[in-house]
Design a protein around this ligand. Structure first.
Ligand code: GLA
Length: 632
């Protein structure tokens, strides 16, 4: 009896002292998803921007041959990915997917069952890998948006249901085990564009599916259901690929708060709508990923979409823009998927895709997406920390006029009293500076430099220098908010036939490097921090300590920018699940508090900020100022 009482009391104490949000509690183990083949961002070719649904075997094999012959494959461009258009129908009643052999003749079989195996065999024999495309719902994007395509699925309503819904394991097994694909892109029009009773569904005789994604409303999008559907595919992929050699590309265009869960489910996730070959669209897609460095890392990448180099504003007559597009994608650790008819590519474009220095930036194994060291609507400075510790800086002129940009040693987190050498990764010219150096950027120009010099932090790393080793286990966002910091292009589909361009990407309030979750300067009680992490209260950040650092330090408190000034926040640090430091409950306006912790031997450091809060209360903004790992 006594023992039971004691147990009950202990349980009660445990309950009472539990953080308010159980999901923020420390886990003691690394939860970041780092399995799958995309240890560095996938590179290769995709058919969509080059051919739309008018893809065929000759065109794809032509691209594959060009990748090999032009030396791009050797440089890492190995995935050859089919997009929309390859399918003929879903055979009834067994549901087997049938290839359109008119455009993929090698898939024909005597019994009519069709097989992509000869096609993937050929790609594999060339040292390449093969990618296929599907939809998470029942119908695909082309069935909504390319109705005059000669390559739409054919047959009865059931036969035209080519998406994964209800066939997840069957299709994944067919594509990966039987047909030998290595990569899959899973689009989401099936969840957005086929409302029962809608004109599209009636006119085309589709079977409707109640939308789970509302392209114009966050509140009407069912994030949890969309996530669960993609998770189901992830499970099927794992089962079909015990060797882990697969890439899972989530394509829900930044909807359904994929910013939060994409990293736990897929190898990459689209952060925005489709890129079009114009500068404004490139800015839009770039912005949708540029503030999300903490969400990417080895095995999981932000995807601002395939490249549009070779067309429109990025064609061979616009090499400045084409180089900018490529430089920015490389800085963002984005997948590098060429989408151009490579059978006739001018050398000037091949030189862009083939820039080995920029490819090395994108493919660096630490997976630290560049963070924004200087931000404005005119120009930005992006800085990326490479695995050997050296820095790469991109100076980006967003505008159509020249811009003067000063790069400072502090942007690079390098010492301002010692020379820093720069190598221009396009021209290869070398230079040096101490303190700061100024450049005039041509309209739309991006200059990219590798930078070497003594580090500000001689024996450590700021956490904002190692986003690839951070897992945002819980960013504290309870009510997703639209991200207003994204360039609002004229919608390429509807033009100005609406009241305005309003992207539905929930990203506002997400954890940020060297800025608050709302893009402000980190500042506690008047003390500002150029280095640190900004996050909301009731959050948990995990840091992988695989370099054997022995101590953790940070100056913490409630950020001066917070709109909620009522809640005290307590900061905790855990090393492999054991509490190693804790702050008092800190209120708005309290002096910043120093947290120092011994983390010797620990593999996973966890940073937790906890406050009471009511449902729908405005979140508290907290700052982990100068957060860093050090060794003696
Ligand atoms: C969607 C995707 C594109 C492409 C097309 C194919 O728009 O976002 O990347 O796959 O569908 O129809």
């Amino acid at each position: 009896m006594k023992a039971i009482n004691l147990l009950a009391t202990t349980a009660l104490i445990a309950l009472v002292s539990l953080p308010v949000h159980a999901q923020t509690s420390p886990k003691g183990v690394w939860l970041g998803r780092d399995d799958g083949a995309a240890q560095t961002p996938p590179m290769g070719w995709n058919s969509w921007n080059a051919f739309r649904t008018e893809v065929d075997e000759d065109k794809v094999m032509g691209a594959a041959r060009a990748l090999v012959d032009d030396g791009l494959a050797k440089k890492g461009y190995t995935y050859v990915n089919l997009d929309d258009g390859w399918w003929l129908k879903r055979r009834q009643p067994d549901g087997r997917m049938i290839v359109r052999t008119r455009i993929f003749p090698s898939a024909a079989t005597k019994d009519g069952a069709t097989s992509f195996r000869p096609f993937t065999d050929r790609l594999h024999a060339m040292g390449l890998k093969a990618g296929i495309y599907t939809d998470i719902g029942r119908n695909a994007c082309s069935q909504a948006y390319n109705l005059d395509s000669p390559n739409l699925p054919e047959g009865t309503a059931q036969e035209r249901q080519v998406g994964l819904d209800g066939h997840e394991a069957q299709d994944i097994n067919l594509y990966f085990k039987d047909w030998g694909f290595d990569y899959i892109k899973v689009d989401a029009c099936g969840l957005a564009d086929y409302a029962p009773g809608s004109k599209r569904v009636i006119d085309n005789g589709y079977i409707g599916l109640e939308p789970e994604i509302d392209r114009s409303s966050l509140n009407r999008t069912d994030d949890a259901r969309v996530e669960a559907r993609y998770q189901k595919v992830a499970t099927a992929l794992k089962a079909a690929n015990p060797d882990g050699d697969y890439v899972f590309s989530i394509c829900d265009w930044g909807m359904a708060d994929v910013r939060r869960w994409g990293k736990d489910v897929g190898s990459s996730w689209r952060t925005s709508s489709d890129i079009t070959p114009n500068w404004s669209s490139m800015l839009h897609n770039y912005d949708s990923a540029a503030g999300r460095a903490l969400y990417a890392g080895p095995g999981h990448w932000n995807d601002p979409d395939i490249l549009y180099i070779g067309a429109g504003d990025f064609d061979a007559d616009h090499l400045t823009e084409a180089r900018s597009h490529f430089s920015l994608w490389a800085m963002l650790d984005a997948p590098l998927l060429i989408s151009y008819d490579l059978r006739k590519a001018p050398q000037a474009l091949l030189d862009i895709w083939g820039n080995a220095d920029l490819i090395a930036v994108d493919q660096d194994k630490a997976g630290n997406q560049a963070t924004i060291a200087y931000d404005s609507e005119d120009a930005q400075i992006l800085v990326k920390t490479m695995s050997d510790g050296h820095k790469v800086a991109a100076l980006f002129n967003r505008t159509a006029s020249p811009q003067t940009v000063t790069l400072m040693a502090s942007h690079l987190k390098l010492r301002s009293d010692a020379p820093i050498t720069l190598t221009d990764l396009w021209s290869k010219a070398q230079s040096a500076f101490t303190g700061e150096t100024t450049f005039t950027l041509a309209p739309h120009e991006t200059r990219v430099f590798s930078a070497q010099g003594p580090r500000e932090l001689a024996n450590g790393l700021y956490l904002s220098e190692m986003p690839g080793a951070i897992n945002v286990a819980d960013d504290g966002v309870r009510n997703p908010e639209l991200d207003p910091a994204i360039h609002r292009m004229i919608d390429p589909w509807g033009g100005s036939r609406s009241g305005g361009s309003r992207p539905m990407y929930a990203g506002w309030g997400g954890a940020q490097a060297d800025a608050t979750p709302y893009g402000e300067t980190l500042q506690i009680d008047g003390q500002s921090f150029t280095n640190g992490l900004g996050v909301l209260g009731n959050s948990l950040l995990q840091v992988k300590n695989d370099k054997g650092f022995t101590s953790f330090h940070a100056t913490v408190g409630i950020d001066d920018s917070t709109r909620n000034r009522d809640r005290p926040v307590t900061f905790f640090v855990y090393a492999d699940g054991k509490q190693v430091a804790k702050s008092p409950a800190l209120r708005f306006g309290d002096r910043p508090f120093e947290l120092n912790a011994d983390i010797s031997g620990a593999r996973v450091i966890e940073l937790q900020a906890v406050n009471d809060s009511e449902r729908n209360e405005i979140p508290v903004v907290v700052t982990w100022g100068a957060a860093r790992l050090e060794r003696p």
